[in-house]
Design a binder for this molecule. Structure first.
Ligand code: PMP
Length: 388
């Protein structure tokens, strides 16, 4: 235990220590902590659906009607009829033949990649891909070749020059989780076609955010049907929990049989599934929620850019405010908190050394007045700390 204590002390000296903070959400964008009310600018609740009356009602009714736990894995006794309904709705939303739910987005990435890729196969992975993709690559027995962020010349070169006796898989975040920029999917699909590689896109931060009706990255490029594995989550804009794979029926049948994170874990509770289903139906009925989100994000981005902040080329609801130094990013977030605003300071190892930042996330549920307050606070503190 002394070794652990020393490791923690070292982490603290490097300004990289993480602590859990308790919040009590009041609504989609306000939370209480230690007796004070805060404006939430750090959640991935992009459409505010966690607190939509229909979503809450669906979760409550499912609990009252079906109970609180599923009681088993999907392949044993946990395959509630609600699963089928949500998977059919997800497949229609993503314009694919079929879809399969996992318990989290993390488990989806780990299960999909480790079951599709084995010895002799090669994965081509963007250097800024999410940790769950990285862990999926590690769990597979294939070789992982990392290409520079959105560097299509390097990807082309690696596809040509990397020996591979088996399958090739190119995997990328659709919207990058810490930078908020978008994968160059048109180039990726073209290169994959030439190299006979599979394409997998993680739409965790793209679902409900980009593309017509919020249908995600492939839809935003007009490439629906050309991505072999479309992965996403219900945990961000869809106000619930869970991950999914959408694709061909054969892909889904394969994952049901081979993806260990699907097979060996208890199915999600009925309330979680019902909430996800209600949220997805609301998104389909009210695509204007996506327009509101994008208008809110554009407003805050413009204010920050005009003040001189670098937002890393983001065009989505994730606005990185580049700071550089880890201690400075922590100080920045602390001063914002004193102003009643919750923003995350993102430090290594989540981002590379020297690339620490605030990660500001916008929701359709934020008002213009709230976004103006956030922008003013970030500008004032940014000047005080010498960031701008
Ligand atoms: N992929 C990306 C790009 C993510 O940002 C996240 C979550 N932060 C995940 C996957 C994992 O999703 P979940 O939180 O549902 O496990």
């Amino acid at each position: 235990m002394d070794i652990l204590q020393h490791a923690l002390e070292q982490t603290e000296r490097e300004n990289l220590l993480r602590r859990l903070v308790d919040y009590i959400p009041r609504d989609a964008v306000h939370a209480d902590s230690e007796g004070r009310q805060y404006l939430m600018m750090a959640a991935n609740n992009y459409l505010g659906l966690t607190h939509h009356p229909r979503v809450r009602q669906a979760a409550a009714s499912a609990s009252l009607t079906y109970g609180t736990g599923s009681g088993g894995s999907r392949l044993t006794t946990g395959n509630h009829l609600l699963y089928r309904q949500l998977e059919t709705t997800l497949a229609a939303f993503k314009r694919t033949e079929a879809a399969l739910l996992f318990n989290t987005g993390y488990m989806a990435n780990v299960g999909i990649i480790s079951s599709l890729v084995g010895k002799g196969d090669v994965i081509f992975s963007d250097e800024l891909n999410h940790a769950s993709i990285i862990d999926g690559c590690r769990l597979s027995r294939g070789r992982t070749v990392v290409y520079g962020h959105n560097n299509m010349n390097q990807l082309a070169e690696l596809l040509t020059n990397t020996a591979c006796s088996g399958r090739r898989l190119i995997v990328t975040d659709g919207v990058f989780s810490m930078d908020g920029d978008i994968a160059r999917l048109d180039d990726i699909v073209r290169l994959a076609h030439k190299a006979d590689a599979l394409v997998m896109v993680d739409d965790a931060h793209a679902t409900g955010v980009i593309g017509p009706g919020g249908r995600g990255t492939a839809a935003s490029f007009g490439l629906e049907g050309q991505v072999h594995i479309s992965m996403g989550t219900l945990s961000k804009s869809l106000g619930s929990e869970g991950g999914y794979a959408a694709g061909s029926q054969v892909l889904i049948d394969y994952l049901i049989n081979k993806a260990r994170s699907f097979i060996f874990s208890t199915a999600l509770a009925p309330a979680t599934i019902a909430a996800g289903l209600a949220a997805l139906n609301i998104l389909s009925e009210q695509p204007e929620l996506v327009d509101q989100l994008m208008a809110n994000a554009a407003f805050l981005r413009k204010e920050l850019n005009q003040a001189g902040f670098d937002t890393c080329g983001s065009t989505t609801a994730i606005l990185p405010v580049m700071v550089g130094d880890a201690a400075l990013a922590v100080e920045f977030a602390y001063l914002l908190r004193k102003e009643g605003i919750i923003v995350s300071a993102i430090r290594p190892p989540t981002v590379p050394a020297g690339a620490s930042r605030l990660r500001v996330t916008v929701s359709a549920a934020h008002s213009q007045a709230e976004l103006t307050k956030v922008s003013q606070a970030i500008c004032t503190i940014g000047r005080q700390l010498g960031v701008i």
